[in-house]
Design a protein around this ligand. Structure first.
Ligand code: ATP
Ligand code: MG
Length: 260
């Protein structure tokens, strides 16, 4: 076994495997250096969830799938961390939801764009938006390269799935009148507090769970989708996420805490 290989019986095997995927992604130029820091922040919140998907997260994921199924032109915005952690699952979800993938980066460079494109193609993607200069559009209120979007994708879409997004961009998309669906382990990030649907869960669990939910819901009529959507409230679900974390901490604080 090479030195860096993670033993399968390690109690935190999954978390360490994901960390390896992110580090490998950085060496392949898929992940930006800052992506490592963002991942670490997410991991801290996942500890508060108990590294499982709580019931409120399952409801947030149903809300997300319903929102995307109801949209006219949903799109999935892919960044380096998403491509490094769950490329195959993202491709499958896109196909099920009829949502194209658009590469949209905070730290943009041609090298990263090409590395992410290769990762997605290897994972089974057909069409990838966001790279063709002939279809470049801009989000006026954002500065520098972060503003570039695809005129066939995010620019004209009514519903953008932007997991692991920065708050500024989530806010800009929302101000353009789009539904914004995100996955962000921090329920207090600006992204979570801005989005139309915020999923407080680890992306590594969330995308596979959303695939299952989509398969269950894909045949629902537009009327049924609309009716079901009325049962969800993003702010209430975020409040539930905060309550879950605080109650879990409180239970731990009054229990036999130390590992034997
Ligand atoms: P914001 O800009 O929204 O206020 P931020 O500046 O704190 O947030 P960013 O680096 O802009 O953070 O965005 C990354 C977000 O993604 C963080 O909130 C982090 O908790 C979250 N995150 C990181 N890794 C994961 C993961 N594996 N699953 C879900 N969320 C994650
Ligand atoms: Mg940010």
């Amino acid at each position: 076994m090479p030195d860096h290989e993670i033993p399968k019986d390690h109690p935190r095997y999954l978390s360490l495997t994901i960390r390896e995927a992110i580090i490998k992604g950085m060496h392949q130029k898929v992940v930006a250096e800052a992506g490592l820091i963002a991942h670490g922040r997410g991991e801290a919140f996942d500890y508060l969830l108990g590294e499982r998907s709580p019931p409120f997260a399952m409801r947030q994921q149903e809300f997300a799938v319903l929102t995307m199924l109801q949209a006219e032109n949903p799109i999935i915005s892919v960044n380096g961390n998403l491509a490094a952690m769950c490329p195959e699952e993202t491709v499958v979800l896109g196909k099920l939801l009829n949502a194209p993938l658009e590469i949209n980066l905070f730290y943009r460079s041609q090298e990263r764009e090409q590395a992410i494109k290769k990762t997605l193609i290897d994972a089974g993607a057909d069409i990838i938006l966001g790279l063709d200069p002939d279809y470049q559009d801009t989000i006026e209120e954002l500065s520098h390269l972060r503003r570039i979007v695809d005129s066939r994708g995010i620019s004209t879409s009514d519903c953008v799935f932007v997991p692991l997004e920065d708050g500024d961009r989530a806010q800009a998309l929302k101000r353009l009148g789009k539904s914004v669906v995100t996955v962000d382990l921090n329920p207090l990030s600006r992204t979570s507090l801005t989005a139309t649907v915020s999923i407080t869960n680890n992306i590594i669990r969330s995308v596979p769970e959303m695939i299952k939910i989509t398969k269950d819901m894909t045949l629902l009529s537009k009327t049924e989708l609309k009716k079901r959507l009325e049962q969800y409230n993003n702010e209430k679900l975020l409040q539930e996420a905060l309550l879950f974390m605080s109650e879990r901490l409180k239970a731990l604080a009054t229990s036999d805490l130390m590992l034997k």
